[in-house]
Design a protein around this ligand. Structure first.
Ligand code: FDA
Length: 396
């Protein structure tokens, strides 16, 4: 009989890190991975350089039905802790922008480090495991059986199989099915950090495919509302770029997304421009500040084809207001196929925020993206994977 102290399902960011920490605490860990190799999402992350954390990561950078849930784990394993680990392995890194830390070299270094962190005498990684069933005996021992008949047994089981975004890489909703099997609720999963699609009148903007501009983008309502100042990119399907990916996590079907073009312009900039350059056209002013194709598309829609001196201040202020809060009504997202993460997941109400253990099922834990905690774009999701994996390993 293959007896371990803990079985961890999924050798991605959270599972690998948790396995290393648990192994270093002396536990015998069976780390089971469906793919042929561990850490596939880490390898493609950050354009192959892995944006492994964010200097500013805190609870406010995460979406969850319970915004307080992530606090404890994030406070106990911080970006500084992960940076110290990366430095111990001599992995060179740099801050790209907005606190986002990337490897100078390659994401392969992070996977190699996570594997190195797993003491070989304690952690057994088995890849290409197709889990056929997970059961729990009356003695509280979990048994994971593979479709080829191999079985693993342990008094603790950690669900670290991630979310279903990018199914082409083998991602699936396995975690949710397993959680439901044990009676745990799942917050409806939805694609997040995902491009938005435009239809109807907005579809005309798709002609701008390839054009990018700095904006402030807003979406959501009530407490689930957020605004991001980053670049937006027009695509042949709609809107993308960091600002849009960020707001997509807050956007719900039927809602609008507000975009502030020229986010640095003074409040009354068009009226001031009229005083200074009354012979100028709005199109010219926009072209001075924005990519020409975008400037033309906005000027066409604002339809003020006169010298500014001949436009009333009221009309100019209306144009300023429209540029400051341009409303798009996305008709959808590009879905899980293009989503960097999945929002929703195993309900935090079912788990201890200190240990990630299920209240209903002592010995059952869930960590990483499988849980209803979703980070912003920029290294926040990996920080959650490390922090939740650490909290779990401390409790095992
Ligand atoms: P993760 O998906 O890493 O791991 C889950 C593991 O479980 C996988 O190895 C999977 O094969 C395995 N598995 C699934 N089902 C199984 C089963 N039935 N049995 C056994 N194993 C199973 N985040 C960030 O902070 N910075 C970044 O730069 C990026 N970049 C990025 C780029 C792209 C293209 C994507 C798709 C995503 C990112 N992310 C990111 C998000 C980040 O990759 C993600 O949030 C973490 O990998 C989540 O870690 P987990 O360990 O929870 O899941």
């Amino acid at each position: 009989m293959d007896q371990h102290d803990v079985i961890i399902l999924g050798a991605g960011a959270a599972g690998l890190f948790c396995a290393g920490q648990a192994g270093q605490r002396g536990l015998r860990v069976a780390l089971l991975e469906k793919a042929e190799a561990p850490g596939k999402k880490i390898l493609i992350s950050g354009g192959g350089r892995c944006n492994f954390t964010n200097l500013g990561a805190g609870p406010g950078n995460y979406l969850s039905a319970n915004p307080h849930f992530a606090k404890s784990a994030l406070a106990r394993y911080t970006p500084a802790d992960f940076i110290a680990l990366v430095e111990r392995y001599g992995i060179a890194w740099h801050e790209k922008t907005l606190g986002q830390l990337f490897c100078d070299g390659s994401a392969k270094q992070i996977v190699a480090m996570l594997l190195e962190e797993c003491p070989s005498e304690k952690v057994t990684l088995t890849c290409e495991v197709d889990v056929a069933s997970v059961t729990r005996g009356a003695d509280g021992v979990f048994t994971v059986t593979a479709d080829d008949g191999r079985a693993w047994h342990a008094p603790a089981l950690v669900i670290a199989t991630g979310g279903p975004s990018i199914p082409k890489m083998g991602a699936s909703d396995f975690a949710y099915g397993l959680a439901r099997q044990f009676g745990l609720k799942v917050v409806e999963p939805r694609p997040a950090l995902v491009p938005l699609t435009l239809g109807g009148e907005d579809a005309l903007f798709r002609e701008l495919s390839g054009v990018a501009a700095p904006v402030r983008a807003r979406a959501g309502s009530g407490k689930g509302k957020a605004e991001f100042a980053e670049a937006a990119l027009f695509t042949h399907k709609g809107l993308s770029g960091p600002a849009i990916l960020q707001v997509s996590s807050y956007w719900r079907h039927g809602e609008e997304v507000g975009i502030t073009f020229l986010p640095d312009a003074a409040t009354d900039w068009l009226v001031e421009a009229k005083r200074d350059r009354p012979r100028t056209h709005l199109r010219t002013l926009l072209r001075e500040r924005l990519p020409a194709r975008l400037a033309d598309a906005l000027a066409d829609r604002l339809a003020l084809e006169r010298e500014l001196g001949n436009v009333s201040d009221k009309d100019l202020r209306a144009a300023q207001a429209k540029l400051g809060d341009w409303r798009f009504a996305p008709n959808g997202t590009e879905g899980l196929a293009k989503a960097e993460v999945t929002a929703g997941g195993i309900a935090t109400a079912e788990l201890s925020s200190r240990t990630m253990e299920a209240a209903k099922f002592p010995g059952l834990y869930a960590i990483g993206e499988a849980v209803d905690v979703t980070g912003w774009l920029g290294g926040y999701n990996f920080q959650w994977a490390w922090a939740s994996g650490f909290a779990c390993a401390e409790a095992l």
